[in-house]
Design a protein around this ligand. Structure first.
Ligand code: DX5
Ligand code: ZN
Length: 221
């Protein structure tokens, strides 16, 4: 398995994004948590900010939109030339139409589900997406504890994509560290978001260690 490691810049120094993006140049993508203070109780990056990050980042941007009304806003983010745009199933009105719009604008289309949202909410629409994000914390903040009780849902998502022959990437986000990444990998995740674990230490070393741990994990199923 090729593990993709996407550091979350929510854990970077907000006064030094250019420096911190330079420190994660060995990552597969930079995960950018867009929060609107309505879908989640926190406020982070708006469009002008993401536009500028896209210009200076040495790695592609993986946007995680924790916003209300993604049907209205997500296409504008896709137009910036970012690598992927993931919106929440709980917030979208017409997810399949929106996925199509994102792909038309050149971005990979992702759909995210909160810990309390069952896999059945996205099961039938999964073929329209390039990525499924299974949240392993409640969205809103970095530095929270990994929810190991999401592993059965992750394993079922992995089984689902295999049985349908889908190429959908399975992303996990929240509490991913050297202590938890093997468990997530063995349950089928292939794309790992890590904020505090990467920026707490030397980012380059942390990325390499996380990648090695994920790739060494035995598949549980
Ligand atoms: C939480 C965000 C995460 C967050 C992860 O709402 O979606 O991307 O930055 O942070 P850590 O890795 O510290 O749990
Ligand atoms: Zn995120």
């Amino acid at each position: 398995m090729n593990a993709r490691i996407n550091p979350s810049i929510l854990a970077a120094d907000f006064a030094n994004f250019e420096r911190d993006l330079g420190r994660i140049s060995s990552a597969d993508a930079a995960h950018v948590d867009v929060m609107d203070n309505h879908f989640v109780p926190n406020l982070t990056f708006g469009q002008p900010m993401v536009e500028r990050l896209q210009e200076i980042s040495p790695v592609p941007l993986d946007l995680h939109l924790m916003i209300k009304d993604p049907d209205r806003w997500a296409p504008e983010f896709a137009e910036m030339g970012v690598f992927s745009v993931t919106f929440h199933a709980e917030a979208a009105t017409s997810p399949v139409t929106l996925a199509k719009k994102l792909r038309e604008r050149g971005a990979r289309a992702g759909i995210a589900i909160n810990p309390s949202t069952p896999l059945s909410a996205v099961e039938e629409i999964l073929p329209h997406f390039d990525q499924l994000l299974i949240m392993t914390v409640e969205p809103g903040f970095g530095g929270q504890s990994f929810m190991a009780d999401m592993m059965p849902k992750l394993a079922r998502a992995d089984a689902l994509r295999r049985s349908h022959g889908l190429e959908t990437w399975l992303q996990v986000d929240g509490g991913i560290s050297l202590d938890t990444i093997e468990l997530a990998a063995s349950n089928g995740a292939d794309t790992f978001v890590a904020g505090s674990a990467v920026f707490r230490g030397d980012p380059g070393e942390q990325i390499a260690a996380l990648r090695a741990a994920a790739e060494a994990a035995p598949h549980a199923h």
